[in-house]
Design a protein around this ligand. Structure first.
Ligand SMILES: [Zn+2]
Length: 298
């Protein structure tokens, strides 16, 4: 492959300057709402307005409105002299509902900058919705610093957005076969790589070794970082690895993994052709790790 499978990973290529200094400047933030060059990304529920273009989709960004500050909003950053703000609208008023699309529909068709802005907006919106109160004293908190802090006025504590790291790993054996597994709740034809959340006090590599051993019984070596992808469903960071299986005998945790199999590239080509295994969507880092092993664009 001439291009790395990870070069255009959705959500991972955002390049806005997040400008932490501006977040801390209330007057400068206020001025953005009366500046017609400010670009507003309006999110309705978890959907955003897009338009189709020849090579994908583009976000429909608009100038700010006075009412925007009454909604939940975030400062996303700036690029090319323009500031980006996200506004989370309660209703689709003022947005053509025909244009609204969800992130899974459009994530892989946006520009890198737009994808990064959308991932940030989704994750921050979920954090605000889920954290209306102070974890110390239970009083309501309010958004400040352009939506990057929630402050409790009762006890003066400040609370920051959270990201939940998770690992995903492409495991090969000594014959360079790839391990594919089917989650307990997945359709019959869906197979993917093993994955799981990092636990408190655990390194990423330790999480890879533990999750894989728990779910499959395999022991790993050569655990190697490859790439990572913001995964705002709602607030994960998927960290992708490759690893080599020291053992190949599978002992599946049936509560989590219904089936697993070692496949060669020819096996996988045939399984995709027969429909026994569905071709993965290139949207996720999981598919890109499979693609890297497979050696051809999916
Ligand atoms: Zn408090």
């Amino acid at each position: 492959m001439s291009l790395s499978p990870f070069a255009d990973l959705p959500f991972a290529g955002g390049d806005l300057d997040r400008d932490a200094a501006l977040r801390a400047d209330p007057d400068a933030l206020s001025a953005l709402f009366t500046d017609a060059s400010t670009l507003v990304l309006e999110m309705v529920g978890d959907e955003v307005p897009v338009r189709r273009v020849a090579d994908g989709s583009r976000l429909v960004l608009r100038p700010p409105r006075p009412s925007d500050r009454e909604q939940l909003w975030f400062y996303l950053g700036r690029a090319d002299g323009e500031h980006w703000i996200a506004v989370c609208a309660d209703t689709a008023e003022g947005v053509d509902p025909e244009l609204l699309r969800g992130p899974r529909q459009i994530g892989q068709y946006l520009t890198a900058r737009e994808g990064g802005a959308l991932a940030t907006t989704l994750a921050l919106a979920a954090w605000h919705r889920g954290h209306p109160r102070c974890p110390r004293c239970g009083a309501p908190t309010r958004a400040t610093h352009g939506g990057w802090i929630r402050r409790c006025d009762a006890d003066g504590s400040e609370h920051y957005p959270r990201t939940d790291p998770a690992i995903i790993v492409a495991i090969t054996d000594a014959q360079d076969r790839l391990l594919l597994a089917r989650g307990a709740t997945w359709p019959e034809d869906r197979y993917s790589l093993l994955a799981g959340f990092v636990e408190p006090g655990e390194s990423l590599a330790a999480a890879v070794a533990r999750e894989v051993h728990e779910e499959s019984g395999l022991v790993l070596s050569d655990i190697t970082y490859v790439a990572d992808q913001p995964w705002p469903f709602p607030s994960s960071l998927m960290v992708g690895f490759t690893a080599r299986a020291v053992t190949t005998e599978l002992h599946l945790d049936q509560a989590e993994i219904r089936a697993a199999r070692w496949v060669t590239r020819d096996d996988l080509t045939a399984l995709w052709a027969s429909g026994e295994i569905a071709r993965p969507n290139r949207f996720s880092i999981s598919a890109r790790l499979v693609e890297q092993w497979y050696g051809q664009r999916l």
